[in-house]
Design a protein around this ligand. Structure first.
Ligand code: ZN
Length: 326
């Protein structure tokens, strides 16, 4: 009871102050009521929080350790979206469920696509994966049976230069939703981008120190295509760009042959996928386990990858240790 009345008093006092100090038009966003913002998944939500700061209250639809590829919105998500002033999505087919959810919520506000303006990658990298042709073909066949529209790799946040484009898109989305916050958002975005640039340089330095021949790993699904291009690590994966399709037995067998032939240094499970298949491949190839990578979702608060920046620090430390053989 004491807590409740104190909070009530605090809110009232704040409201009075802003009534006196602020022009009428700016009241809503300066009276301590943050702008309600929705982001489709945890990594994007963290980026929006960094740009929005105290002026926004960000809800993630797909939370920590959640898999956005196979997400099924609940009635609670419909309500969250209906209350939002602006919605941020990754785009490139990552959130196949978003249009239907927007319809269910009768949401009429802006949907900001964070990947707008990036150089989108095709679903496989001929040059990076070299001898991976069999696995890649198997994946293409699986896609053809399913849908044929997933031509681009959605995991663009795995390159920190793209992360900076996300920040630019988030910035303009927030300014449109809350023009009074423009100066704050711009300052936050600039400070955050400086951190992303510094981290990008750190990743390149860390991984650049590992001999190129050792920079070959396996992980559960094809989430690291942009990471591979940006930072010069080859990733093999039994599952394609989306986790919604099971790999064929033929595809897995050909991946196992390839892993044995090439000198893959380590094998990683992911926080969002079932580790069974990758562990089976580990047993059959005797590639040593390198740990757990965070691909499409952050860890819970207090975990090793609770922010976008910490996700990179964690993943790179794991990759470097495993590839260096230490
Ligand atoms: Zn993914």
């Amino acid at each position: 009871m004491v807590m409740l009345s104190r909070r009530f008093f605090g809110f009232t006092a704040l409201g009075v102050v802003s009534l006196i100090a602020m022009p009428v038009s700016a009241q809503s966003s300066t009276a301590g009521t943050p702008v309600k913002v929705v982001a489709s998944f945890s990594i994007l939500a963290d980026m929006v929080r960094n740009v929005g700061g105290d002026r926004v209250a960000v809800s993630a639809l797909v939370g920590p350790d959640g898999d956005a590829h196979v997400f099924q919105p609940t009635p609670a998500d419909v309500k969250t979206l209906a209350d939002a002033k602006v919605v941020f999505v990754n785009g490139l087919g990552f959130e196949g469920w978003i249009e239907r959810l927007v319809g269910s919520a009768a949401y009429k506000g802006p949907v900001v696509v964070a990947t707008s303006g990036i150089q989108a990658q095709e679903m496989a990298h001929e040059d990076e994966k070299g001898g991976h042709a069999h696995g890649k073909d198997a994946k293409k066949e699986a896609k053809r049976d399913d849908h044929d529209h997933d031509a681009f790799d959605p995991h663009a946040w795995q390159d920190l230069r793209n992360g900076q484009v996300y920040v630019d898109n988030i910035l303009s989305g927030l300014i449109k939703a809350d023009p009074a916050g423009e100066a704050t958002y711009k300052a936050n975005a600039a400070a955050y981008k400086t951190k992303l640039q510094a981290l990008d340089a750190w990743v390149k330095a860390e991984l650049g120190g590992v001999p190129k021949a050792r920079r070959k790993v396996i992980t559960s699904h094809d989430a690291f295509g942009y990471f591979a291009s940006a930072y010069g690590v080859t990733f093999l994966a039994p599952v394609g760009l989306s986790t919604d399709a099971e790999p064929s037995a033929k595809g897995v067998a050909s991946l196992i042959r390839q892993v044995k032939k090439e000198k893959v240094t380590a094998l990683f499970v992911e926080n969002i996928t079932n580790p069974k298949l990758i562990e089976q491949i580990g047993r059959e190839t005797r590639v040593k386990p390198g740990g757990r990578l965070f691909s499409d979702a952050l860890s819970k608060a207090g975990g090793p990858a609770a922010s976008y920046l910490d996700m990179f620090r964690h993943n790179v430390a794991q990759l470097k240790a495993a590839m260096s053989g230490s």
